[in-house]
Write a protein of this length. Sequence first.
Length: 246
Amino acid sequence: MRAAAADPGITSLVFFGSAARSGAARRDEWSDLDFNIFFTPEADRCHRDAWPFLPEPERIVLRAREGADGGVVIYDDGMLLEFGAGQPWPISDPERDTALDGGDLILAPPPQPPRPDNAVRLFLAKLFIGVGRYRRGEHIAAHAHVRAHALAQLCWVLRLRLAPDRPGSPYDPTRRFERALPDLAGEIGSLLDGDLEVCARGLFDVARRELEPGWPEFPSAAADTIARRLGWGFSPARFDDVPQRL
């Protein structure tokens, strides 16, 4: 931070996540350093291209660009820095710590979460696609659909329906899911470690068990159709006695 403050081409520096003071309690050996750094228009080109703000450049073992303004570096001790660098853009992450404020920060509210009724429909669609591709032999695409796309939508709707006030990220519903819903996190984590189709069926059953009872927006007819098409032989009556958790 001292080097950034001494550089006249650098205007502002903001830390996020566990790098911010509000997230300090979560820091551990696997935490990275997440930040945005902004430049004057005159310094933008050389700073954006060369990243002279990075400390101890001789110790960097990996540099990679991510989009127009993003970057990631790894140091020889395993420390990872992930950052955005360029002209100011709106900052919407509520968990931030402003180390330098050059008067060019643009603050914005965090993104709104998805509607839970739409998220659960997307979950079912991505799951259905994934299992179909798995049975077709497209295993890589299948894993992406089930373990990434469908999972993210399921985590969104579980959070929104069962734990709306518990800790999480406005950008990634899987972050800190273990703190928000520990029992479900353990169950879902075990499913993710297993066979793809067993995982998909397990996630499907979690959704019906935890979300369907007492929620009129749950797409029961679609879930029944998917179960029949995949030969899963699902009966909603299995979960008739499970109380809705709000």
